[in-house]
Design a protein around this ligand. Sequence first.
Ligand SMILES: Nc1nc2c(ncn2[C@@H]2O[C@H](COP(=O)(O)OP(=O)(O)OP(=O)(O)O)[C@@H](O)[C@H]2O)c(=O)[nH]1
Ligand SMILES: [Mg+2]
Length: 199
Amino acid sequence: MTPTEPLVRGSAAPAAVRPPLPVKMVVAGGFGVGKTTAVGSISEIEPLTTEASITEVAAGVDDLTHTPRKTTTTVAMDFGCLTIDPTLKLYLFGTPGQERFGFMWDDIVEGAVGGLVIVDTRRLDDCYAAVDHFEHRDIPFAVAVNAFDGRVEHTLDEVRWALDVPDGVPVVVFDARDRGSVRDALLVVLELALARTEL
Ligand SMILES: Nc1nc2c(ncn2[C@@H]2O[C@H](COP(=O)(O)OP(=O)(O)OP(=O)(O)O)[C@@H](O)[C@H]2O)c(=O)[nH]1
Ligand SMILES: [Mg+2]
């Protein structure tokens, strides 16, 4: 029996017993912007993480100025999920942030209906690669400014201008540690994806 077949043969299954449509979404952005934090905040399962300790050598390569308490970094991906309603379930894939793992992005993004690019306004240029990637692959995305310590250094218009994203790309502020805030940001992406794909 395939997962979409009714449980009782010969009768139409009520919508509630059909498995929700799986939808892949990517959480991307530069090093240490809060991708793993965001996936962990929202996931309804214990998130799958691939964290490795930041070594002294890596600390010399990766800028920890703005995240002094950060001791680990994602070396493959984050994974979590979120049921939106009985018909739709988001599968979240967080990218690694370090540039040297950029070769993995194509695989992680494959099949995604949308992306959330997380930005730390103190180092805007770190997210250019993620923005470029989604634009190049023509995947709808939104920009989520992570309000580290409740502050953002630039207005959303300044962020939009600096990233050179068109008006159709939503730019929102969120807190990666707050479940409701992450949910709202993901719903913005989902809306874009639904408009594009008519899921
Ligand atoms: N103050 C504050 N700290 C945050 C916030 N989001 C994340 N952090 C902290 O910032 C650091 C980076 O968070 P991660 O979630 O590991 O960032 P990441 O983008 O997954 O990092 P990489 O996978 O290494 O690229 C951690 O120490 C978090 O505790 C936030 O909204 N506010
Ligand atoms: Mg991470």
